[in-house]
Design a protein around this ligand. Sequence first.
Ligand code: SIN
Length: 520
Amino acid sequence: MKQFVTHSLIIRTQPLPSIKKILYNRSTSNKNKMHKQTDYLIIGSGIAGLATAYYLKDQGKVTVLTKGAARNANTYWAQGGVAAVMDKNDNFENHIKDTLEVGQGLCDPAAVRQVVFGAPKAVRSLESLGLKVQPQPLLEAGHSHARVWRSSDFTGRDILNVLLKAVQKEKSIEIIEKTEAVELIEVKGKCVGVFTRQANSDKADLEILEAKYTILATGGLGQLFGHTSNTIGSGGDGLALAVNAGLELQDIEFVQFHPTGLAVQKEGRHFLISETLRGEGAKIVNNRGEAFLSRFHPKAELAPRDLVSRAVFIEEMTGPIYLDATHLPANKLKTTFPNIYQTLKGYDIDMTTQKIPVTPVAHYSCGGVPVDQKGATALPGLYAVGEVARTGLHGANRLASNSLLESLVYAKIVAESLEKTKTMDVDSSVDMSKVEIPSVPIEDIDQIKAYAGRIGKIMWENVGILRTEASLEKAKQEIVSIPARDYRIQHRQLVAYKIILACQARPQSLGTHYMTSDIV
Ligand code: SIN
C-alpha cells in the first residue's frame, strides 16, 4: 500500500487495546450470501458522489449507494456557493494566495493550483446541466475578491437538484437508497467492493456489492459534535470504512467551526446563516449590541472563519450573540437571501427587523482520507472525493466556498483518471465466493441515538473550539469507554478517537485546531 507523506501529520493506527476494542467483533458466515456487481461503486449521494457518477456515466455501470434518500445529503444545506475566478478584475494567483493563507502553511500547493484552475470549468459545467448562476458573485471571509458564485442562497440544494436530474436520466447509473456501507471488501490488497446492509432494519444480514472501483463520497463528520450544521447522517462513515481497511487519516484535527449557526437546534442540526450575509454587511453583536469582532481582528466580520468562531465562542460566555442585518435594506435582504429569510420566518424571526440569535457549530472536516492528485487512496481500487478526502486543498483551515468546488473538480479528475485506468487489467482471479461475510451486532435505535448523543457531548465539550491537553485526554477515555456493540456507533467512536489522537499529536495551535491551557 503506498503512503502519502507530506509536512502535515498522518495519524497512524496505534496498536492500543482501546482501538481493538472499538472494532466490532467479526463473526463470519456464508449463509444467504447475496451478491451484486458493478463497475464503479460510489458511496454517498451528495455533490461529490453525484458529480463523480455523472462524469463516469459513459465508462461502465455506475452504482451510487446511499444510506438515506438520495437528496438527504449534507450538500442540500450548503449555502455559500462555488469559489471561482471568473471576473476580469480577479486572477487565479489571488484565489491561490487566499486559499494558502487561510490554510496556514499546511495546504498542498499542487492541489490548490489544480482546484483553482479547474474552478471556472466546474461552474460552467453546472450551468450546462441547468444551474442558473447569478451574474454577480458575492464576498466571503478570507477572499480578497468577490468570487463566490451562487444560484441562490441555497446553492447546494440547487446543485444537488441539477445533478440528481442529470444522473437519473442515465441508464448506466443506478442509485440504491436506504442501504449502508458497513465494511470495505479487500482481496489480495485491493478494494473490490463493500459489504452492505439495509439501513434502519433490525436485520444484521450483510450483502456483497462487488465493484471494480470504489469511490468514497460519504461527506463529513459534523455529527460527531453536539452542535453542527451537518445533517444527521454526517458521522464520518467513510473515514471509519477507510480506517477499518487499514488506511491512515490526515489533518483530521482541523475541524472547521462556523460562527453563525442559528442558536436553535432542530432535527439534530443547526440551520446555517451564510457568511455571505456578513459579506453584504451584516454584523455580529453581543447582548449589549456591541459589534465586538474588531477587538479580535482588524477584518472583524470578514476575518478568517476559525478566528470569528473562537471570538464568538468566547464572547458567548458573557451572553447571547446575534447576527444583525437590520441596518441593511429589507428588499435587498429578501431578494439576495430569500431562502434564509423564509426559513427564519419559520422560527418566528424576521431578519429585516430582528437580530438573529447565532452560535458556533461544527461545520466541515478539512482533513480526511489522504488521496493523491488523481483522487486515489493508498488502497488500490479505492478513491475518495469531497469532504471525506484529504486532498491538501484546505490545510489547517478551509477558505469559504472552496468545498463544493473541490468536490466538482476532483469528481472530474477521478472520472478521467479511471477512464485511463479502464484499459488496465482488472484482476480476474478475485474469487468472491471465497469472501466471508461478517455478521455485525445491531442495537436498538433508541440506544444508538443515546450513544450518538453521548459522543456528541463528549466531543463538543472537550474537542471543540477550545481544546486543552486535559480535555483531550478526558475525551479519549470517555469515548473508548462507551460500551456500544453496534457498528454504527463503533464507527463513530473510531473516528472520534482518531480525531482526538490527531489533536494530541499537535500540541501547538494551528488553523482550526486551537489549544489553550486556560480553560479545562
Ligand atoms: C456559508 O455560506 O457561510 C458556508 C459556506 C462554506 O462553508 O464554504
